[in-house]
Design a protein around this ligand. Structure first.
Ligand code: PMP
Length: 362
């Protein structure tokens, strides 16, 4: 078998090797059922147990109690862009969005289809290099909710501290940094995340929401887009993405085994420092896209001063077993996505490649 490489893709992304091996070991015969979990009805005891455990593990990792629900849905984070306003934006209220990148713009675009919206802050000027300060945020008069994107996958910025707005529900797209470090999840009314970056394979979208939000939701929207229907049916109103939920649960167990979110943060800070330090010590050969105080622990975005070298860098890095480093087209350059499952050795190898590449090309 070919050696595994270091996969710096922004998502779908690398999954812990121990998790892949576990899934492999029980692929053909899940817990003596005589069948694969992929083949199993979701209306069976073994699958129900996976569903229940995944919700419990997610709540445990986030320190959430009985006043929260965790739902496992489909349609990606992109469908949440629509479901959030469909369910929560009422006549006479305004949905406030803080724009920190392309994904927040997309979320706002969907909200506009359902009611009044307001841009409470934006850092579009300068191509989303930073997160706004609290002073820059100007809410509308009567917000239904405030929406933020906790980590900007494309631009490589991340909220370092979350804002709070008294009793206005705070809702966040955490697709690219959920569970990367401890945070006070009780500050949030609703959190959503596509699984394919920090939680496992594509196909399942996690929604974490305060239970009281499930009361009095509109009923004149398509059944499958109603949070209350999914909650009432424990995410099994229709056939859930069973294998993705199973994998997600293995990833949650892995995070717990590693020491939970404090351990994730320790590792992620070490890993990110290996690459950011290389950029900062390169005397301008490499240039980070994000302002230093807004830098993401998950997506390191950078350019090479001589832009012509960027595609050569990506190709040569791939040959050296460092894959997926080409940046997103709207920023250009290079991007190293170093989610929870990227081992320290991967970041070390990238650092060594960057130093060696600079030596050869300056
Ligand atoms: N939000 C963020 C922050 C993302 O990074 C992405 C995917 N790259 C999305 C939303 C869209 O997710 P999905 O493809 O699951 O709809």
């Amino acid at each position: 078998m070919m050696e595994r490489i270091f996969n710096f893709s922004a998502g779908p992304a690398t999954i812990p090797l121990t998790v892949l091996k576990e899934a492999q070991a029980e692929l053909l015969n899940y817990k003596n059922s005589g069948m694969s979990v992929i083949e199993m009805s979701h209306r069976t005891k073994p699958y129900e147990a996976i569903n229940v455990e995944a919700e419990a593990n997610m709540k445990e990792l986030l320190g959430l109690g009985d006043d929260y629900r965790v739902l496992f849905l489909q349609g990606g984070a992109s469908l949440q862009f629509s479901m959030v306003p469909m369910n929560f934006l009422r006549e006479g209220r305004t949905a406030d969005y803080i724009l920190t990148g392309a994904w927040s713009e997309k979320a706002l675009k969907e909200a506009k289809l359902f009611g009044a919206t307001h841009v409470a802050a934006t850092t579009a000027e300068g191509n989303y290099r930073r997160i706004p300060s609290m002073e820059e945020i100007q809410l509308s008069e009567n917000p239904a909710y405030v929406h933020i994107t906790s980590n900007n996958t494309i631009f490589g910025t991340q909220w370092q501290e979350f804002p709070s707005f008294a009793n206005i529900p705070l809702m966040a797209d955490m697709s690219s940094d959920i569970l990367c470090k401890p945070f006070d999840a009780t500050k949030f009314a609703l959190i959503y995340a596509g699984a394919q970056k920090n939680l496992g394979p594509a196909g399942v979208t996690v929604v974490i929401m305060r239970k009281d939000l499930l009361e009095g939701l509109p009923t004149a929207i398509p059944t499958l887009l109603r949070y209350d229907i999914h909650a009432k049916n424990n995410s099994m109103y229709n056939t859930p993405p069973t294998f993705s939920v199973y994998m997600l649960n293995l990833v949650l167990r892995w995070i717990k085994d590693q020491g939970g979110l404090p351990a994730m943060e320790r590792n992620n800070r070490k890993k990110a420092a290996l690459i950011y330090d290389t950029i900062d010590q390169s005397k301008g050969f490499y240039q980070g896209h994000a302002d230093k105080d807004s830098r993401s622990l998950m997506n390191v975005t950078f350019r090479i001063a001589n832009n012509d070298l960027e595609s050569i860098f990506a190709v040569e890095a791939a040959k050296a077993g460092l894959d997926g480093l080409k940046g997103h087209r709207s920023v250009g350059g290079l991007r190293a996505s170093i989610y929870n499952a990227m081992p320290n050795e991967g970041c070390q190898a990238l650092r060594e490649f960057m130093i060696e590449f600079q030596k050869r090309n300056s």
